[in-house]
Design a protein around this ligand. Structure first.
Ligand code: 3PG
Ligand code: MG
Length: 399
């Protein structure tokens, strides 16, 4: 029995003429007002279209960023247009999540119409899964569809609470994510190699500790690798580094050793004194970083090392880039490793699964996202799923 049959899906929902609250993840990367990667928007279009075509009134709920209260810079207003242009039909926007303004916007909907409500996190009760806030949201709809796998690791009002208050269903994106991840990673062929990159160890501490018990090779990249290098007594100069986490980094290395997990850290870097595109830089050993330098990408020996490890693996799971991939040439290591993983996948030698906003953007940038076995819209949720944790947003949809 497939994992997804454990959930009610849109197949079970009668949406015609109903007000359908659809939780989506529209937390897309935006630079200077422009959406730089629309993977998450594309991913929820099938659910929106299906409900709309079946005559449901689609009311989209989403968060954007991590506002502390109302914050005009984190309004979803511009995102309504981004969804509309891809959907090929208008998406109304209400500058409120609950209350009279939201209610009036919902009341105007005809069957098939689509409305986006303001950032759910403008109300601090959202993240507290507050029952009054859940009730206010539930009052706007007849049914609830959760299509936000990428936010399913949060037990918030719009991701978890609502599922207990209204008849609840998994949307098509949610359904596909659960099915695809289960199929690819339920019993992964070994060796399993995990690449974990990105800026901060602190945000992925628990994950790293749990992963070393699950995977055979753990490649640590990006800014968080610097914390490990510093913990080994290396001078990382002005590199991004959480020096106060040295002890924790050493504990993770110990844990890996005990679990028989090989940890791979960078041996060289592209070092620069300025954080900008095309900043003058040099290839430097991690033992030779100058006081005023920053490691902005893994160096060529490090990338080659990771590619060699990939060739020994049967499964790779990837979250987080190796360097500041948005600033060329500090995308070099990420692109090189991404291309190698894609080629091995095409050759049938590797099963490759990647997830996370930056990671997906990096794979798209490298032009290889289509060559991976599966690319998840989720970052944090994907990682928690990998750790074997129950995701509250998914659990709440079980039959
Ligand atoms: C994400 O971007 O990973 C999801 O949208 C969840 O966002 P959060 O980490 O701010 O909860
Ligand atoms: Mg995130």
């Amino acid at each position: 029995m497939s994992e997804a049959s454990a959930f009610r899906t849109l197949d079970d929902a009668d949406v015609a003429n109903k007000r359908v609250l659809v939780r989506v993840d529209l937390n897309v990367p935006v630079d200077n007002g422009k959406v730089t990667d629309d993977t998450r928007i594309q991913a929820v279009l099938p659910t929106i279209r299906e409900i709309s075509e079946k005559g449901g009134k689609v009311i989209l709920l989403a968060h954007f960023g991590r506002p502390k209260g109302e914050d005009p810079t984190l309004s979803l207003a511009p995102i309504a247009g981004e969804v509309a242009s891809r959907l090929g039909k208008p998406v109304a926007f209400a500058p409120a999540t609950i209350g009279p303004v939201a209610e009036a916007a919902v009341a105007k909907l005809q069957p098939g119409d689509v409305l986006l409500l303001e950032n759910t996190r403008f109300d601090k009760r959202e993240e507290k899964n507050d029952s009054d806030f859940v009730a206010a949201l539930a009052g706007l709809g007849d049914l609830y569809v959760n299509d936000a796998f990428a936010t399913a690791h949060r037990a918030h009002a719009s991701t978890e609470g609502l599922a207990h208050k209204l008849p609840a269903y998994a949307g098509r994106c949610m359904q596909e994510e659960i099915e695809a991840l289960a199929k690819a990673l339920e019993k992964p062929e070994r060796p399993v190699l995990a690449v974990v990159g990105g800026a901060k160890v602190s945000s992925k501490l628990e994950l790293l500790g749990n992963l070393v018990a699950k995977v055979d090779i753990l490649v640590i990249g990006g800014g968080m690798a610097n914390t490990f290098l510093a913990a080994q007594g290396k001078d990382v100069g002005k590199s991004l580094c959480e020096h106060d986490l040295a002890g924790t980094a050493r504990e993770i290395l110990e844990k890996a050793k005990a679990a028989g997990c090989e940890v791979v850290l960078p041996v060289d870097a592209l070092a620069a004194t300025e954080f900008k595109a095309n900043a003058p830089h040099r290839v430097a050993s991690v033992d030779d970083i100058k006081a005023d330098e920053m490691m902005l990408d893994a160096g060529p020996a490090s990338a080659a090392n990771v590619v060699a490890k990939l060739k020994t693996a049967r499964t790779v799971v990837w979250n987080g880039p190796f360097g500041a991939f948005e600033l060329p040439p500090f995308d070099t290591a990420t692109v090189a490793v991404a291309k190698a993983a894609a080629e091995l996948t095409d050759a049938g030698k590797l099963l490759s699964v990647a997830g996370g906003g930056d990671t997906v953007a990096a794979l798209n940038h490298a032009g290889v996202a289509d060559h991976f076995t599966y690319v998840s819209t989720a970052g944090g949720a994907f990682l928690e799923w990998l750790e074997g944790k129950a995701l509250p947003g998914v659990e709440a949809l079980r039959r």
